[in-house]
Design a protein around this ligand. Sequence first.
Ligand code: ADP
Ligand code: UDP
Length: 253
Amino acid sequence: MAKRRKIYEGKAKILYEGPEPGTLIQYFKDDATAFNAEKHGVLQGKGVLNNRISEFIFARLGEIGVPTHFIKRLNMREQLVHALEIVPIEVVVRNIAAGSISKRLGIEEGTPLPRPIVEFYYKDDALGDPMVAEEHIITFGWAFEQEIDDMTHMALRVNDFMNGLFAAIGIRLVDFKLEFGRQYHDDHTHLLLADEISPDSCRLWDMKTGEKLDKDRFRRDLGGEIEAYQEVARRLGVLPSADIRDIAAAQDK
Ligand code: ADP
Ligand code: UDP
């Protein structure tokens, strides 16, 4: 393959210049990080699974009218996306208390929330992605008020859709993180859902057993990460039944 220009290498993905102006190729790596990259590991086959799971969710969201960066999947590890100016805010939606909200506010993990909560975090590794309020976002110019409203509405719509999608396959959607980006069209801007939606960016619990099917297996040293991600892919119907490590190993040769 011709050498492509690498635009950015992050913790879990690489962005390459796409074939057309305004496009990028998003490559899913097997690297896993947690606690602001203090913990690092390689989970063979994770990139292949996240590419498929994220493709499936973005495609379904596109079908119900949520604007997304996703254009098409190119191969086992790559997808073609619209190049965006990323809003430096991580939007987290919570249905059940877990992770940082439980720690910060002393709410027992697993407590259902009476209504979904939308939170904002400033994307800055050096600061450890601190939680911020709308006031900070507007004051420091990270996004306009209208953009915050749009991100909130889209996030709640994504939440409604994903709650149903996962409930239908016996999985509880505890919480998840979204990113958005701007696309410029003549004199106006358009906000699109960007990045990925996968077990790396969601908390997913099996409804019957409570088993964690997400990155908390890695964060909390529970093991069985790939089996859990593969179970999510299998229930969504997006992967053949062969062991993903064999598929990934064959493909990476
Ligand atoms: P990190 O940057 O946190 O290490 P990743 O390894 O997942 O995370 O890198 C992917 C990067 O690509 C993220 O910084 C994300 O904001 C950015 N990104 C995702 N989608 C797009 C897009 N459509 N256009 C431009 N940048 C994007
Ligand atoms: N999340 C993420 N990237 C981040 C921070 C959080 O994808 O940089 C996801 C995380 O996987 C979980 C949700 O956002 O599904 C809420 O995370 P939380 O604030 O509880 O932080 P954590 O306990 O994961 O550090």
